[in-house]
Design a protein around this ligand. Structure first.
Ligand SMILES: Cc1cc2nc3c(=O)[nH]c(=O)nc-3n(C[C@H](O)[C@H](O)[C@H](O)COP(=O)(O)OP(=O)(O)OC[C@H]3O[C@@H](n4cnc5c(N)ncnc54)[C@H](O)[C@@H]3O)c2cc1C
Length: 378
């Protein structure tokens, strides 16, 4: 039987970053994943992710985002990888749209650099977007595009180089308390650990100790569109964009593949999936038609028929803030799940917080709003 001090179950971006941060501080780490690093069945794949600093999800995230930005650069330096391209970010919509207002409030409240462009200025600077006369754009210069598969690989590579033992293709079937810590069963073997970090993404309810946590599995679908003028859709000319329009809404990513740009439609909702393993590998004709109509209406430089569709599972909590902290009622267990569609950009700082919690039982970061007991105590 193998023994290890800290076991991490799940190496999507959250588990991978936690492994990197723990090994950086000299901890002994053993990681398990049912699949290979950077796989496309969970939440941490699909070529690109948005990084932004002006945050509509809550101004309390700004210090976490600023710390995360520095840690992304640390990981790039440590591994020699190119993970984050600062192409800037746009939020486009009517001036009275709640997301446009939230972004402006966040920028003004934190004194963050930003520009507010009227419709004409937006068209001049960003002709890739069709903009109505009553719309504005808020430009965030501290925003960019992340490469998710590479990021997961880089964090795990850094962890392994500092001594972590990685076990891909090791689905954890059972996690049981022992007198000293935990016993983890995978591929017919038992592994002992003093502390377990549960980072299973949308598979949370499959692990017995996490069953009571309110994590709903949802399907998020991404579409890639051929760009007619490819050069105009590269990161040096097309920022990441949150688009809010009366007919549609999506996030939009500049071209990283040399041919197409990506959107993740939001206005069609993120359907609930009973089981992350039942992820459909294609979109319905209705979804594709509606996504095409949005591209035809709002992205004049693309051919509005998707050349690629990707489907992904993500865990959502009722308030759409993650569960990050001690597992209620259990010692030596940290849970990190339910990142609700916006965890990627924050993964390095969440990894740092995970390491703080495991090694010291607390953290200097303000994460009260992520306390897992907020639902169990309600
Ligand atoms: C399409 C899409 C677009 C998104 N866009 C953005 C964005 O632009 N910006 C942003 O910040 N965030 C975005 N997000 C959210 C962000 O990507 C996620 O919050 C983040 O990737 C969650 O990572 P995770 O590690 O929690 O989950 P996952 O990546 O799903 O990782 C969980 C891992 O645990 C493993 N696992 C689970 N159970 C077990 C078990 N029993 N045994 C072994 N292994 C197990 C799984 O195999 C998996 O590898 C997006 C999400 C999606 C799906």
């Amino acid at each position: 039987m193998a023994t290890s001090r800290i076991a991490i179950i799940g190496t999507g971006v959250i588990g991978a970053m936690t492994a990197w941060q723990l090994t950086r501080r000299g901890a002994e780490v053993l990681t398990f994943d049912a699949h290979s690093p950077g796989h496309d069945r969970g939440a941490s794949a699909g070529e690109s992710r948005i990084f932004r600093t002006i945050y509509k999800e809550g101004p309390g995230y700004v210090p976490l985002l600023q710390r995360s930005s520095g840690l992304w650069r640390d990981l790039e330096r440590t591994t020699g990888s190119d993970l984050l391209t600062m192409c800037g970010g746009l939020t486009i919509g009517r001036a009275d749209h709640p997301d446009v207002q939230a972004v402006r409030r966040c920028a003004e409240g934190h004194g963050l650099d930003h520009e507010v462009l009227d419709a004409n200025r937006t068209r001049e600077r960003f002709p890739q977007h069709a903009v109505d006369d009553d719309e504005v754009a808020v430009f965030d210069p501290a925003a960019g595009v992340l490469r998710p598969e590479l990021a997961v690989q880089a964090a795990l590579h850094a962890a392994e180089a500092s001594g972590a033992t990685l076990l891909p293709h090791h689905p954890v079937r059972k996690v049981a308390k022992t007198a000293r810590g935990w016993r983890i069963t995978s591929n017919g073997k038992d592994f002992d650990a003093d502390h377990v970090v549960f980072a299973p993404g949308p598979w949370a309810s499959r692990l017995e100790p996490l069953r009571g946590l309110p994590v709903e599995v949802r399907l998020i679908t991404a579409c890639w569109w051929a760009a007619r003028d490819h050069a105009a859709h590269l990161p040096d000319r097309l920022p990441i964009t949150i688009r809010r329009h009366r007919e549609a809404g999506f996030s939009c990513f500049p071209s990283l593949d040399g041919a197409s740009i990506k959107t993740v439609p939001h206005h069609l909702g993120f359907p609930v999936l009973g089981d992350p393993d039942s992820l459909p590998r294609n979109a319905s004709p209705e979804f594709t038609r509606a996504a095409s109509a949005a591209a035809a209406r709002l992205l004049p430089g693309v051919v509005p028929h998707p050349i690629r569709i990707g489907t992904y599972a993500e865990g959502f909590t009722p308030d759409e803030h993650a569960l990050l902290g001690a597992l209620p009622g259990l010692r030596n267990a940290t849970v990190m799940t339910g990142f609700s569609g916006h965890g990627f950009k924050l993964a390095p700082v969440f990894g740092e917080i995970g390491a703080d919690l495991v090694l010291t039982g607390g953290t200097a970061h303000d994460i009260d709003h992520l306390d897992p007991s907020r639902f169990t105590n309600a």
